[in-house]
Write a protein that binds this ligand. Sequence first.
Ligand SMILES: NC(=O)c1ccc[n+]([C@@H]2O[C@H](COP(=O)([O-])OP(=O)(O)OC[C@H]3O[C@@H](n4cnc5c(N)ncnc54)[C@H](O)[C@@H]3O)[C@@H](O)[C@H]2O)c1
Length: 286
Amino acid sequence: MPTGKRLEDKVALITGASGGQGLAEAELFAREGARVVLADVMDAPGKAMAAKINRRSGEAMYVRLDVTDAKQWRQAIDRVRRRYGALHVLVNNAGVVSRAGIMDVASSDWRRTLDINLTGPLLGMRAAAPLMRDSGGGAIVNIASTAAFVAHFGAAYVASKWGLRGITKTAALEFVDWGIRANSVHPAMVIDTGIADGAAPGFREINERVLPRGRAARPDEIAQAVLFLASDESSYMSGSDVVVDYGYTSFAVARIRNQLHKEYASRARPSTRRAASRRSRAGARR
Ligand SMILES: NC(=O)c1ccc[n+]([C@@H]2O[C@H](COP(=O)([O-])OP(=O)(O)OC[C@H]3O[C@@H](n4cnc5c(N)ncnc54)[C@H](O)[C@@H]3O)[C@@H](O)[C@H]2O)c1
């Protein structure tokens, strides 16, 4: 009998599922009825989450998978085929950050970032798509970043995420006749993740001053968008970029400008203060 769960009868593989957002996606997908394959190179947390899901009468397994290794991808997909006989959802979530600029980035850092963040999803889609086709189609969700829309101080990171945004559209084109949709998700800063927690002191506070209402996302807030794209609720979406950033890329600059107008008005002489305040109100309306 149908349970009304949003991923009922679906098999979903999530990479980078031992940490931050991947872990939140695994838990949410299992709650929504998916059989979840957690893949990562950090075994202990992935195995623990798979066991937790199974204890709660869900269905999950952990596979060790370095996303940069084509052979490990083939082995992982073979295991999914043997265990579940199908695959409907692939979430390419595993990723690392590199915060060095063009003048500083070491070539080893450049290669590692592109290998994990861009080549990893390429290998994943190549390995998984035939099984998804044989399963009647499905959904690929590639986790990119707002760094695929605007400048980012990390040269390798921005290159990897703009690249991932691009190949997501190629995937949408290439797999459309197999009934496979492909979309990308673009979060701004997400706290309670290895990537945010590993940043230098002050990084989080500085970023939060730029984000609307000073608020970074929680992993579960991004997972909700990923769930929508993984489920049949997004059946008419393919090749889309879904920005989940609380307005960071669309209005954060305008908001900061309005604040600066207010600060200027409060410092200015009474006559200029009235004019600046009029401009600030006009700016807020533009
Ligand atoms: N945290 C943020 O602020 C933020 C913002 C925008 C986008 N993102 C993206 O979100 C995704 C998830 O990252 P997160 O924020 O949860 O960080 P995280 O560090 O908590 O999770 C990343 C996971 O990827 C795994 N991983 C790393 N290299 C791997 C490899 N070679 N093979 C398999 N797994 C590997 C790690 O072990 C970890 O579990 C990444 O693609 C990241 O670029 C993060």
